[in-house]
Design a protein around this ligand. Structure first.
Ligand SMILES: Cc1cc2nc3c(=O)[nH]c(=O)nc-3n(C[C@H](O)[C@H](O)[C@H](O)COP(=O)(O)OP(=O)(O)OC[C@H]3O[C@@H](n4cnc5c(N)ncnc54)[C@H](O)[C@@H]3O)c2cc1C
Length: 402
Protein backbone atom coordinates (compact mmCIF):
# COMPACT_ATOMS: atom_id res chain seq x y z
CA UNK A 1 0.00 0.00 0.00
CA UNK A 2 1.30 3.47 -0.92
CA UNK A 3 0.88 6.17 1.71
CA UNK A 4 1.62 9.88 1.31
CA UNK A 5 2.45 11.79 4.47
CA UNK A 6 2.13 15.53 3.94
CA UNK A 7 4.39 17.44 6.34
CA UNK A 8 7.66 16.29 7.88
CA UNK A 9 7.21 17.64 11.41
CA UNK A 10 6.83 15.62 14.61
CA UNK A 11 3.44 14.26 13.54
CA UNK A 12 4.45 13.45 9.95
CA UNK A 13 7.73 11.70 10.80
CA UNK A 14 6.01 9.64 13.49
CA UNK A 15 3.18 8.70 11.13
CA UNK A 16 5.75 7.71 8.47
CA UNK A 17 7.57 5.44 10.93
CA UNK A 18 4.36 3.91 12.23
CA UNK A 19 2.84 2.96 8.87
CA UNK A 20 4.63 -0.37 9.05
CA UNK A 21 5.02 -2.42 5.92
CA UNK A 22 3.75 0.32 3.59
CA UNK A 23 5.52 2.27 0.92
CA UNK A 24 5.63 5.74 2.52
CA UNK A 25 6.58 9.08 0.96
CA UNK A 26 6.86 12.18 3.16
CA UNK A 27 6.40 15.51 1.35
CA UNK A 28 7.64 18.74 2.92
CA UNK A 29 8.03 22.11 1.22
CA UNK A 30 10.96 23.13 3.39
CA UNK A 31 14.62 22.29 2.75
CA UNK A 32 14.79 20.16 5.93
CA UNK A 33 12.35 18.13 7.99
CA UNK A 34 11.36 19.16 11.51
CA UNK A 35 12.22 22.85 11.22
CA UNK A 36 9.81 23.72 14.02
CA UNK A 37 11.37 21.09 16.28
CA UNK A 38 14.67 23.05 16.30
CA UNK A 39 13.02 25.96 18.09
CA UNK A 40 10.89 23.99 20.54
CA UNK A 41 11.64 24.24 24.25
CA UNK A 42 14.17 27.04 23.57
CA UNK A 43 16.18 24.67 21.38
CA UNK A 44 15.93 21.78 23.87
CA UNK A 45 12.57 20.29 22.76
CA UNK A 46 10.34 19.42 25.68
CA UNK A 47 8.91 16.44 23.80
CA UNK A 48 6.45 15.01 26.34
CA UNK A 49 5.21 15.25 29.89
CA UNK A 50 5.56 12.10 31.95
CA UNK A 51 2.22 12.30 33.71
CA UNK A 52 -0.77 9.99 34.00
CA UNK A 53 -3.50 9.97 31.41
CA UNK A 54 -5.95 12.05 33.42
CA UNK A 55 -3.41 14.79 34.14
CA UNK A 56 -2.47 14.80 30.47
CA UNK A 57 -6.07 15.30 29.39
CA UNK A 58 -6.52 18.10 31.95
CA UNK A 59 -3.69 20.01 30.26
CA UNK A 60 -5.37 19.89 26.87
CA UNK A 61 -7.25 23.12 26.28
CA UNK A 62 -9.19 22.31 23.10
CA UNK A 63 -10.99 19.02 22.42
CA UNK A 64 -9.46 16.97 25.18
CA UNK A 65 -12.06 14.12 24.90
CA UNK A 66 -11.14 13.64 21.23
CA UNK A 67 -7.55 12.85 22.27
CA UNK A 68 -8.41 10.42 25.09
CA UNK A 69 -7.90 7.35 22.92
CA UNK A 70 -4.71 8.54 21.17
CA UNK A 71 -2.91 9.53 24.37
CA UNK A 72 -3.83 6.27 26.09
CA UNK A 73 -2.64 4.29 23.07
CA UNK A 74 0.61 6.25 22.77
CA UNK A 75 1.70 7.31 26.27
CA UNK A 76 4.57 9.54 27.44
CA UNK A 77 6.55 6.33 28.08
CA UNK A 78 5.99 5.33 24.45
CA UNK A 79 7.36 8.72 23.41
CA UNK A 80 10.48 8.14 25.52
CA UNK A 81 10.88 4.61 24.09
CA UNK A 82 10.47 5.86 20.53
CA UNK A 83 13.29 8.38 20.96
CA UNK A 84 15.56 6.09 22.99
CA UNK A 85 15.14 3.25 20.49
CA UNK A 86 16.19 5.62 17.76
CA UNK A 87 19.37 6.86 19.35
CA UNK A 88 18.18 9.82 21.45
CA UNK A 89 18.76 9.42 25.17
CA UNK A 90 16.28 11.33 27.31
CA UNK A 91 15.83 12.84 30.77
CA UNK A 92 12.92 14.10 32.84
CA UNK A 93 13.11 17.47 34.58
CA UNK A 94 11.02 19.55 36.99
CA UNK A 95 7.31 19.46 36.21
CA UNK A 96 7.72 15.98 34.63
CA UNK A 97 8.97 17.62 31.43
CA UNK A 98 10.98 15.27 29.21
CA UNK A 99 13.94 16.48 27.11
CA UNK A 100 16.74 14.88 25.11
CA UNK A 101 19.65 14.17 27.47
CA UNK A 102 21.88 16.29 25.22
CA UNK A 103 19.54 19.30 25.56
CA UNK A 104 19.62 19.44 21.75
CA UNK A 105 16.34 19.50 19.85
CA UNK A 106 18.31 18.38 16.80
CA UNK A 107 18.72 14.96 18.45
CA UNK A 108 14.93 14.61 18.53
CA UNK A 109 14.78 15.43 14.81
CA UNK A 110 17.48 12.84 14.10
CA UNK A 111 15.64 10.18 16.10
CA UNK A 112 12.28 10.87 14.43
CA UNK A 113 13.92 10.91 10.98
CA UNK A 114 15.63 7.61 11.80
CA UNK A 115 12.27 6.17 12.90
CA UNK A 116 10.68 7.20 9.58
CA UNK A 117 13.61 5.95 7.53
CA UNK A 118 13.76 2.63 9.42
CA UNK A 119 10.33 1.98 7.94
CA UNK A 120 11.72 2.72 4.49
CA UNK A 121 10.01 6.11 4.20
CA UNK A 122 11.26 8.30 1.36
CA UNK A 123 11.49 11.98 2.27
CA UNK A 124 10.87 14.53 -0.49
CA UNK A 125 12.05 17.99 0.52
CA UNK A 126 11.35 21.31 -1.22
CA UNK A 127 8.15 19.70 -2.41
CA UNK A 128 5.06 21.80 -1.81
CA UNK A 129 1.75 19.98 -1.88
CA UNK A 130 -0.62 22.19 -3.87
CA UNK A 131 -3.63 19.90 -4.02
CA UNK A 132 -4.93 16.47 -3.13
CA UNK A 133 -7.58 15.01 -5.40
CA UNK A 134 -9.83 12.08 -4.53
CA UNK A 135 -9.83 9.38 -7.23
CA UNK A 136 -11.74 6.11 -7.59
CA UNK A 137 -9.04 4.12 -5.82
CA UNK A 138 -7.18 6.64 -3.67
CA UNK A 139 -5.71 10.10 -3.99
CA UNK A 140 -3.59 12.07 -6.42
CA UNK A 141 -1.08 14.24 -4.59
CA UNK A 142 -0.18 17.30 -6.68
CA UNK A 143 3.13 18.90 -5.76
CA UNK A 144 5.48 21.43 -7.30
CA UNK A 145 7.30 18.41 -8.82
CA UNK A 146 4.29 16.75 -10.43
CA UNK A 147 1.50 14.35 -9.56
CA UNK A 148 1.58 10.94 -7.92
CA UNK A 149 -1.06 8.40 -6.95
CA UNK A 150 -1.37 7.08 -3.39
CA UNK A 151 -3.79 4.68 -1.70
CA UNK A 152 -3.92 6.73 1.47
CA UNK A 153 -2.92 10.20 2.61
CA UNK A 154 -1.99 11.42 6.09
CA UNK A 155 -2.14 15.20 6.45
CA UNK A 156 0.31 16.51 9.06
CA UNK A 157 0.76 20.08 7.88
CA UNK A 158 0.69 21.77 11.29
CA UNK A 159 -0.95 25.06 12.19
CA UNK A 160 0.06 28.64 11.40
CA UNK A 161 2.46 29.60 14.16
CA UNK A 162 6.06 30.49 13.29
CA UNK A 163 5.30 30.18 9.58
CA UNK A 164 9.01 30.48 8.72
CA UNK A 165 9.29 26.86 9.95
CA UNK A 166 6.95 25.75 7.16
CA UNK A 167 3.59 25.66 8.92
CA UNK A 168 2.11 28.48 6.87
CA UNK A 169 -1.52 27.39 6.78
CA UNK A 170 -1.30 26.69 3.03
CA UNK A 171 -2.82 23.24 3.50
CA UNK A 172 -6.05 24.57 5.02
CA UNK A 173 -7.27 25.39 1.50
CA UNK A 174 -6.59 21.82 0.37
CA UNK A 175 -8.30 20.45 3.48
CA UNK A 176 -11.40 22.57 2.80
CA UNK A 177 -11.44 21.48 -0.84
CA UNK A 178 -11.50 17.87 0.37
CA UNK A 179 -14.76 18.72 2.15
CA UNK A 180 -13.51 19.26 5.69
CA UNK A 181 -14.38 22.13 8.00
CA UNK A 182 -11.44 24.16 9.30
CA UNK A 183 -12.24 25.85 12.60
CA UNK A 184 -10.84 29.41 12.33
CA UNK A 185 -7.19 29.34 13.45
CA UNK A 186 -6.14 31.74 16.23
CA UNK A 187 -2.80 32.13 18.01
CA UNK A 188 -2.48 30.40 21.38
CA UNK A 189 0.26 30.37 24.05
CA UNK A 190 1.18 33.89 23.05
CA UNK A 191 1.98 37.15 24.85
CA UNK A 192 -0.95 39.52 25.31
CA UNK A 193 -1.12 43.21 24.43
CA UNK A 194 -2.82 45.62 26.81
CA UNK A 195 -4.30 49.08 26.41
CA UNK A 196 -2.50 50.08 29.61
CA UNK A 197 1.07 51.17 29.03
CA UNK A 198 3.11 49.17 31.53
CA UNK A 199 6.44 49.79 29.80
CA UNK A 200 7.88 51.54 32.87
CA UNK A 201 7.85 48.07 34.48
CA UNK A 202 9.08 46.25 31.37
CA UNK A 203 11.07 43.11 32.20
CA UNK A 204 9.62 42.75 35.69
CA UNK A 205 8.73 39.16 36.65
CA UNK A 206 6.00 38.92 39.22
CA UNK A 207 6.28 35.68 41.20
CA UNK A 208 3.26 33.85 42.62
CA UNK A 209 0.56 36.18 41.38
CA UNK A 210 -2.72 35.25 39.72
CA UNK A 211 -4.47 36.29 36.55
CA UNK A 212 -8.14 35.87 35.67
CA UNK A 213 -10.90 37.19 33.45
CA UNK A 214 -14.65 37.41 34.07
CA UNK A 215 -14.95 33.92 32.53
CA UNK A 216 -11.64 32.28 33.41
CA UNK A 217 -10.90 31.43 37.02
CA UNK A 218 -7.60 32.58 38.54
CA UNK A 219 -4.43 31.05 37.08
CA UNK A 220 -1.56 31.06 39.60
CA UNK A 221 2.13 31.45 38.84
CA UNK A 222 4.61 33.88 37.35
CA UNK A 223 3.83 36.81 35.09
CA UNK A 224 6.14 39.05 33.07
CA UNK A 225 5.53 42.67 32.17
CA UNK A 226 6.52 43.49 28.58
CA UNK A 227 6.83 46.72 26.64
CA UNK A 228 3.27 46.42 25.43
CA UNK A 229 1.50 44.02 27.75
CA UNK A 230 2.01 40.78 29.63
CA UNK A 231 3.82 37.52 29.01
CA UNK A 232 5.28 34.66 31.06
CA UNK A 233 3.68 31.36 32.08
CA UNK A 234 0.29 32.55 33.37
CA UNK A 235 -0.23 35.07 30.56
CA UNK A 236 0.44 32.29 28.02
CA UNK A 237 -1.99 29.99 29.83
CA UNK A 238 -4.62 32.73 29.82
CA UNK A 239 -4.02 33.27 26.09
CA UNK A 240 -4.78 29.56 25.53
CA UNK A 241 -8.03 29.54 27.50
CA UNK A 242 -9.09 32.86 25.98
CA UNK A 243 -7.89 32.16 22.44
CA UNK A 244 -11.40 32.35 21.01
CA UNK A 245 -12.35 35.39 23.09
CA UNK A 246 -13.09 38.62 21.23
CA UNK A 247 -10.79 41.57 21.93
CA UNK A 248 -10.90 43.69 23.95
CA UNK A 249 -11.55 41.79 27.18
CA UNK A 250 -10.66 42.58 30.75
CA UNK A 251 -8.09 40.63 32.74
CA UNK A 252 -7.27 41.10 36.41
CA UNK A 253 -3.95 40.59 38.22
CA UNK A 254 -4.04 39.68 41.89
CA UNK A 255 -0.62 40.70 43.21
CA UNK A 256 -1.30 39.01 46.57
CA UNK A 257 -3.43 35.92 45.93
CA UNK A 258 -2.42 34.33 49.24
CA UNK A 259 -4.10 37.16 51.21
CA UNK A 260 -7.84 37.84 51.41
CA UNK A 261 -8.94 41.48 51.08
CA UNK A 262 -9.28 41.73 54.88
CA UNK A 263 -5.86 40.18 55.44
CA UNK A 264 -4.35 42.56 52.92
CA UNK A 265 -5.98 45.54 54.63
CA UNK A 266 -4.55 44.36 57.97
CA UNK A 267 -1.15 44.00 56.29
CA UNK A 268 -1.40 47.55 54.91
CA UNK A 269 -2.28 48.88 58.37
CA UNK A 270 0.74 47.07 59.82
CA UNK A 271 3.08 48.33 57.08
CA UNK A 272 1.77 51.91 57.40
CA UNK A 273 2.03 51.73 61.20
CA UNK A 274 5.67 50.77 60.92
CA UNK A 275 6.40 53.70 58.57
CA UNK A 276 4.36 56.48 60.15
CA UNK A 277 6.49 59.38 58.94
CA UNK A 278 6.74 58.26 55.32
CA UNK A 279 4.81 59.60 52.40
CA UNK A 280 2.24 57.19 50.91
CA UNK A 281 4.27 56.79 47.71
CA UNK A 282 7.20 55.44 49.72
CA UNK A 283 5.20 53.16 52.00
CA UNK A 284 4.34 50.30 49.64
CA UNK A 285 7.88 48.99 49.15
CA UNK A 286 7.35 46.10 51.55
CA UNK A 287 4.26 44.96 49.68
CA UNK A 288 4.91 45.38 45.96
CA UNK A 289 7.78 45.47 43.46
CA UNK A 290 9.10 49.02 43.05
CA UNK A 291 8.15 49.43 39.41
CA UNK A 292 4.51 48.51 40.03
CA UNK A 293 3.99 51.02 42.86
CA UNK A 294 3.62 54.16 40.64
CA UNK A 295 0.74 52.47 38.78
CA UNK A 296 -1.07 51.64 42.01
CA UNK A 297 -0.50 55.17 43.38
CA UNK A 298 -1.79 56.80 40.20
CA UNK A 299 -4.82 54.56 39.89
CA UNK A 300 -5.70 54.86 43.58
CA UNK A 301 -6.20 58.61 43.23
CA UNK A 302 -4.48 59.04 46.59
CA UNK A 303 -1.94 61.86 46.65
CA UNK A 304 1.49 60.19 46.75
CA UNK A 305 2.96 62.80 49.10
CA UNK A 306 0.23 62.33 51.69
CA UNK A 307 1.70 61.21 55.04
CA UNK A 308 0.85 57.55 55.36
CA UNK A 309 -0.95 58.10 58.69
CA UNK A 310 -3.48 60.29 56.84
CA UNK A 311 -4.55 57.58 54.40
CA UNK A 312 -8.22 56.91 55.17
CA UNK A 313 -9.98 53.55 55.48
CA UNK A 314 -11.80 54.26 52.19
CA UNK A 315 -8.51 55.03 50.44
CA UNK A 316 -7.02 51.83 51.87
CA UNK A 317 -9.98 49.89 50.50
CA UNK A 318 -9.25 51.32 47.06
CA UNK A 319 -5.59 50.26 47.34
CA UNK A 320 -6.63 46.76 48.42
CA UNK A 321 -9.00 46.57 45.45
CA UNK A 322 -6.19 47.59 43.06
CA UNK A 323 -3.71 45.09 44.49
CA UNK A 324 -6.26 42.25 44.35
CA UNK A 325 -7.93 43.20 41.06
CA UNK A 326 -5.51 45.19 38.93
CA UNK A 327 -7.54 45.70 35.78
CA UNK A 328 -6.02 45.34 32.32
CA UNK A 329 -7.75 45.75 28.97
CA UNK A 330 -6.41 43.05 26.69
CA UNK A 331 -6.57 44.43 23.17
CA UNK A 332 -4.75 41.72 21.20
CA UNK A 333 -1.87 39.31 21.16
CA UNK A 334 1.54 39.09 19.49
CA UNK A 335 0.12 37.02 16.63
CA UNK A 336 0.93 33.75 14.90
CA UNK A 337 4.60 34.52 14.46
CA UNK A 338 5.10 34.63 18.22
CA UNK A 339 2.52 31.98 19.17
CA UNK A 340 3.72 28.59 20.39
CA UNK A 341 0.68 26.85 19.02
CA UNK A 342 -2.39 27.32 16.83
CA UNK A 343 -5.87 26.94 18.25
CA UNK A 344 -8.26 25.84 15.50
CA UNK A 345 -7.81 23.57 12.50
CA UNK A 346 -9.56 20.49 11.18
CA UNK A 347 -12.87 20.06 13.00
CA UNK A 348 -12.43 16.95 15.15
CA UNK A 349 -16.11 16.06 14.76
CA UNK A 350 -15.16 15.02 11.23
CA UNK A 351 -12.35 12.67 12.33
CA UNK A 352 -12.51 9.24 14.02
CA UNK A 353 -10.66 9.61 17.35
CA UNK A 354 -9.49 5.99 17.43
CA UNK A 355 -7.84 6.05 14.01
CA UNK A 356 -7.50 9.74 13.00
CA UNK A 357 -9.25 8.80 9.76
CA UNK A 358 -11.61 11.29 8.13
CA UNK A 359 -15.30 10.57 8.62
CA UNK A 360 -15.87 12.24 5.24
CA UNK A 361 -13.27 10.54 3.03
CA UNK A 362 -12.02 7.04 3.70
CA UNK A 363 -8.26 6.67 3.40
CA UNK A 364 -7.60 10.28 4.47
CA UNK A 365 -6.03 10.80 7.90
CA UNK A 366 -5.00 13.80 10.00
CA UNK A 367 -2.38 14.18 12.74
CA UNK A 368 -0.75 16.89 14.83
CA UNK A 369 -1.38 20.58 15.07
CA UNK A 370 -3.40 20.63 11.85
CA UNK A 371 -6.26 19.25 13.97
CA UNK A 372 -8.34 21.56 16.15
CA UNK A 373 -6.52 20.50 19.32
CA UNK A 374 -4.12 22.43 21.53
CA UNK A 375 -2.71 22.18 25.03
CA UNK A 376 -0.82 24.12 27.69
CA UNK A 377 2.98 24.32 27.82
CA UNK A 378 4.88 21.38 29.34
CA UNK A 379 5.43 18.96 26.46
CA UNK A 380 1.75 18.29 25.79
CA UNK A 381 1.55 19.82 22.32
CA UNK A 382 4.55 17.91 21.03
CA UNK A 383 3.20 14.71 22.52
CA UNK A 384 -0.14 15.28 20.79
CA UNK A 385 1.75 15.44 17.48
CA UNK A 386 3.61 12.19 18.29
CA UNK A 387 0.52 10.34 19.56
CA UNK A 388 -1.84 11.34 16.74
CA UNK A 389 0.97 10.71 14.23
CA UNK A 390 1.45 7.23 15.67
CA UNK A 391 -2.28 6.44 15.61
CA UNK A 392 -2.76 7.83 12.09
CA UNK A 393 0.28 5.99 10.71
CA UNK A 394 -0.51 2.63 12.26
CA UNK A 395 -4.23 2.87 11.42
CA UNK A 396 -3.54 3.81 7.81
CA UNK A 397 -1.22 0.82 7.53
CA UNK A 398 -3.66 -1.57 9.15
CA UNK A 399 -6.53 -0.33 7.06
CA UNK A 400 -8.69 0.31 10.11
CA UNK A 401 -11.68 2.50 9.94
CA UNK A 402 -14.22 3.74 12.45
C1 LIG B 1 8.73 28.49 19.58
C2 LIG B 1 7.99 27.20 19.84
C3 LIG B 1 8.37 26.41 20.91
C4 LIG B 1 7.67 25.23 21.17
N1 LIG B 1 8.08 24.47 22.22
C5 LIG B 1 7.38 23.34 22.52
C6 LIG B 1 7.83 22.47 23.55
O1 LIG B 1 8.91 22.64 24.14
N2 LIG B 1 7.03 21.42 23.87
C7 LIG B 1 5.86 21.15 23.21
O2 LIG B 1 5.16 20.22 23.57
N3 LIG B 1 5.47 21.90 22.17
C8 LIG B 1 6.21 22.97 21.80
N4 LIG B 1 5.82 23.72 20.72
C9 LIG B 1 4.65 23.26 19.91
C10 LIG B 1 5.06 22.05 19.07
O3 LIG B 1 6.34 22.26 18.54
C11 LIG B 1 4.07 21.78 17.92
O4 LIG B 1 2.77 21.69 18.44
C12 LIG B 1 4.41 20.50 17.17
O5 LIG B 1 5.77 20.48 16.80
C13 LIG B 1 3.52 20.38 15.94
O6 LIG B 1 4.00 19.35 15.11
P1 LIG B 1 3.28 19.03 13.72
O7 LIG B 1 4.06 17.93 13.12
O8 LIG B 1 1.84 18.84 13.93
O9 LIG B 1 3.41 20.35 12.87
P2 LIG B 1 4.74 21.12 12.26
O10 LIG B 1 5.94 20.84 13.08
O11 LIG B 1 4.32 22.52 12.08
O12 LIG B 1 4.95 20.40 10.88
C14 LIG B 1 4.19 20.68 9.75
C15 LIG B 1 5.04 20.42 8.54
O13 LIG B 1 4.22 20.49 7.36
C16 LIG B 1 4.94 21.15 6.34
N5 LIG B 1 3.95 21.72 5.41
C17 LIG B 1 2.95 22.58 5.70
N6 LIG B 1 2.23 22.84 4.58
C18 LIG B 1 2.79 22.12 3.58
C19 LIG B 1 2.49 21.95 2.20
N7 LIG B 1 1.46 22.57 1.62
N8 LIG B 1 3.27 21.14 1.47
C20 LIG B 1 4.33 20.48 2.02
N9 LIG B 1 4.65 20.60 3.31
C21 LIG B 1 3.88 21.39 4.10
C22 LIG B 1 5.78 22.18 7.08
O14 LIG B 1 6.91 22.57 6.33
C23 LIG B 1 6.14 21.46 8.36
O15 LIG B 1 7.38 20.79 8.27
C24 LIG B 1 6.54 24.86 20.38
C25 LIG B 1 6.20 25.64 19.28
C26 LIG B 1 6.92 26.79 19.00
C27 LIG B 1 6.53 27.61 17.80
Amino acid sequence: MKIAVIGGGAAGLTAAGSAKGCSVTVFDHMEKVGKKIYITGKGRCNFTNVCDNQTFLQNIVTNSPFLRSAVSRFTPYDAIDLLENNGCKTKVERGRRAFPLSDKASDVIKALSRYAESNGAVIRLNSKVKDIVRTDNGYTVCTTDGEEHFDRVILCTGGMSYSQTGSDGSAYTIIKRLGHTVVAPTPSLVALLTKENLSAAEGLTLKNVSLRTEKIKPIFGDLMITADGISGPIALTLSAYASREQFPYKAYIDFKPALSADELDARLLRDFGAQLNKQFKNALDLLLPKSIIPFIIEMSGVDGVLPVNSVTKKQRARIVELVKNFELNVIGNEGFNRAVVTCGGVDVKEVFPKTMESRILRGLYFAGETLDVDALTGGYNFHIALATGYVAGSSAAEGHNG
